[in-house]
Design a protein around this ligand. Sequence first.
Ligand code: FAD
Length: 389
Amino acid sequence: YEAADWYDAESLLTPEERQVLSRLRSFLDAEARPLLAEYWERGEFPEQLARPLIDLDLMEPAELTKDGPARGIYQGFRIFELARTDASLATWYTAQAGLFRTAIRVGASAEQQAEWMPKVIDFSLKGVFSLTEPESGSDIAGGLSTTARRQPDGSWILDGAKRWIGGAATADVLAVFARDTADGQVKAFLVDRTADGVTLEKIHGKTALRMMQNAHITLTGVRVPEAMRLHNVSSFRDVAAMLRAMRSDVAWIATGIATGAFEAALAYVNERRQFGRPLGSFQLVQEKLARMLGNVTASLSLVVRLTEQQAKGIYRDQDSALAKMQTSLFMRDTVALAREVVGGNGITLAAGVARFHADAEAVYSYEGTHEINALIIGRALTGESAFTR
Ligand code: FAD
């Protein structure tokens, strides 16, 4: 572990926080790792890990999140540990602890938060973030076409489709973003997954994040009571505030994936012998190890600093965009180098690198592609928006 956290960023945590992390790490090593290759190949999530992971005190108590984002690097390190073991485990966790919790924290009124947040924290109300649509990904702000029609009795009727929604099949509610037909603005609703008019289709044939299930959701005349509308969402501006907060989680995931691949590669080259010597003794291999370590260390330093800023309440689009973009670039470089030094075994699940190599591609694209994050940074640098319609 020392190699992965070269500058000992974990020493910034309290002893109690480190204890939780250490329990999490032991659980992941003993209970999760042995299952990963098999479940990845089957394209199924190991549901038996869900309850024990929740019981490992993964989320802060409700009182800590009531007034703001209890992100902090402690939360980041928990995401990092999960991703360092498996990207789907980290994505499963951030779907609830990042995406859904942020939707409630930013979008729900004080009364709604008082009712829902404790259940979000203990996972008794499981939710997913349903923003992307079949025809709108990067340009969702302008292209969002799911509609919400207000009814005379105050309820709403939703029509449209959502794509790529992670964890939808096992969620209780879907946080759905839809355009109000009256004022043209984006509103948000908690939709019961089993409500009339909601259909879910599993997206098959994925070559990345195979353990995490993504759904194509169709909404046909779905009635939602006004009480289930997120009262603090009145335009896409509020959705952007959610994205700004969540993107840093993905930077932690990218950092964890790079670290997991690096560690698997390091263990392999110390074991495997060619020309009568361990692979790790060759200069060209050592150069690749050094580059991987550089990527991992730079990423960890970046996310720690970003998260410290956010914990102080400093949220800027360009900050989380920079972290997501740069850690994703480092991740892609690292998983490719890791695969390379493991040779032919690098494309088998058994050597422990191939999963990270494949999964990195999904993380590279979700929650803002490389290009979109680069354009957010470009807009901040020049004052010119290059990606408006
Ligand atoms: P597109 O927008 O079609 O982009 C395709 C390519 O064109 C990209 O390289 C993009 O960068 C580039 N491009 C687009 N516009 C420009 C431009 N102006 N300039 C330069 N290049 C451009 N969404 C949810 O709402 N909830 C989820 O839970 C969720 N989970 C996901 C899980 C996975 C595994 C994946 C793959 C996606 C998930 N998504 C989810 C959707 C994800 O956020 C989108 O895939 C992402 O925003 C990109 O949209 P797109 O795939 O439609 O690509």
